[in-house]
Write a protein that binds this ligand. Structure first.
Ligand code: FAD
Ligand code: DHB
Length: 384
């Protein structure tokens, strides 16, 4: 079997790449180890930058997103007993975010690929990368797929990055001393916009998916186990961290999903080796506080598509050779913003009283200085 681009992973990166390549007349095969139902149900990110929405709409997979996505023109920072709005419409006119679940993006992309006759293979076993710097090919479940190029879109725990020989990659990483407990609940959102709350008990985030479904995150210890978080405890903790301003009451309801995500930052450089190109979480991850992970994956794929279109169209490998360098500037900007948001809003166990006061003063700076608020807004709505 032979294809132009062998893609490992049917997350947002792999699926979007396959779709964008199809629009350019380039063939691909997507190999995913999980089932279709599993990837369509996996609850993860929810904030789409304008550039991400534009990419999906221009690619013809944005109809439901435009219908059901929730456009937001601001977010709230809540701390010290008060609410502070970061008003995008004033600080970054014309730019906004759209709240739409990652698994909805995945469903839309799978539907579009299948409708176009795309070759998506779910539940494939033992995918392995061979000869990435020579004549690349993939093997899986006893089959062989020869490729001109391989795209490693298989997330942080995939096989593509580890297939690059030792000594080629430089790795930069940081583990945070806490995790996020993510909760999806069948309840009307208690606020119109996202609330990022800094509280002495820890960070809390109120997000949403629809007028009937809310999404919440709680800062928890790094080794937290969902078994220790029965629903009553989740609601009590969310109340304690969010009901901190006069007149705000959290609506509660049935919890339909719960999971713990470690908080980690990671970058592997360069994002390529021979004819193997890494995109999305396989090359880099950010702590989710800045809502950048999914958006970075989409930006990588846009860049890789242009480079592959030039390569297959004209034979020029210039853009492919510059792929990693073209992505890494944005990746590091996102690393910085995600670190900044994480530092601003979480409690750190080893911090002394002075550090806590400084953090509150930093929040006061962000909410009282137009320059600082604009910095937050510019980065949140989209990294250019
Ligand atoms: P992924 O979505 O991870 O897709 C990779 C795909 O490759 C998966 O389908 C996987 O099953 C498949 N795969 C892996 N190994 C193999 C293999 N050996 N063979 C074949 N297939 C393989 N970002 C936010 O902005 N906000 C959030 O709240 C948020 N929450 C997150 C929670 C979790 C648990 C995780 C892991 C990430 C979260 N992120 C969040 C980050 C965001 O979801 C990712 O940045 C985004 O999913 C990246 O897309 P991707 O396609 O690169 O990788
Ligand atoms: C969501 C996730 C994030 O990481 C974030 O910063 C904001 C919202 C969400 O899942 O809705």
């Amino acid at each position: 079997m032979r294809t132009q681009v062998g893609i490992i992973g049917a997350g947002p990166a792999g699926l979007l790449l396959s779709h964008l390549l199809h629009l350019r007349g380039i063939s691909s095969v997507v190999l995913e180890r999980r089932s279709r139902a599993y990837v369509e149900r996996r609850v993860r990110a929810g904030v789409l930058e304008q550039g991400t929405v534009d990419t999906l709409v221009e690619a013809g997979v944005g109809a439901r997103l435009l219908r059901e996505g929730l456009p937001h023109d601001g977010i709230e920072l809540r701390y010290g007993g008060a609410a502070h709005r970061i008003a995008f419409e004033k600080l970054v006119p014309g730019r906004r975010i759209t709240v739409y679940g990652q698994q909805e993006v995945v469903k839309d992309l799978i539907a579009a690929r299948l409708e176009a006759g795309g070759d998506l293979r779910f539940e494939v076993e033992d995918v392995a990368v061979h000869d990435p710097a020579g004549a690349p090919y993939l093997t899986f479940g006893g089959e062989r797929l020869d490729c001109e190029v391989i795209a490693g879109c298989d997330g942080f725990h995939g096989v593509s990055r580890p297939s690059i020989p030792e000594g080629v990659l430089s790795v930069f990483e940081r583990d945070y001393p806490f995790a996020w407990l993510g909760v999806l609940a069948r309840v009307r959102p208690s606020a119109e916009e996202l609330i990022y709350a800094r509280d002495e008990r820890g960070f809390a985030l109120h997000s949403m998916r629809s007028p009937e479904v809310s999404r919440f995150y709680l800062q928890v210890p790094p080794d937290a186990d969902v078994a220790d978080w029965p629903d009553e405890r989740v609601w009590a903790e969310l109340r304690a961290r969010l009901e901190t301003i006069p007149g705000f009451a959290l609506e509660t309801g049935e919890i339909i999903e719960k999971g713990v995500t470690p908080m980690r930052a990671f970058v592997a450089e360069p994002m390529q080796y021979g004819r193997l190109y890494l995109a999305g979480d396989s090359a880099h991850i950010v702590p989710p506080t800045g809502a950048k992970g999914l958006n970075l994956a989409v930006a990588d794929v846009r860049t890789l598509t242009e480079a592959l279109a030039a390569y297959f169209g004209t034979g020029s490998a210039d853009l492919l050779d510059g792929y990693s360098a073209a992505c890494l500037r944005r990746v590091w900007r996102a690393q910085h913003f995600s670190w900044w948001m994480t530092t601003l809003l979480h409690t750190f166990a080893d911090e002394d009283a002075y550090a806590r006061r400084l953090q509150l003063s930093h929040l006061d700076y962000v909410t009282s200085s137009a320059a600082a608020a604009t910095t937050l807004a510019e980065n949140y709505v989209g990294l250019s």
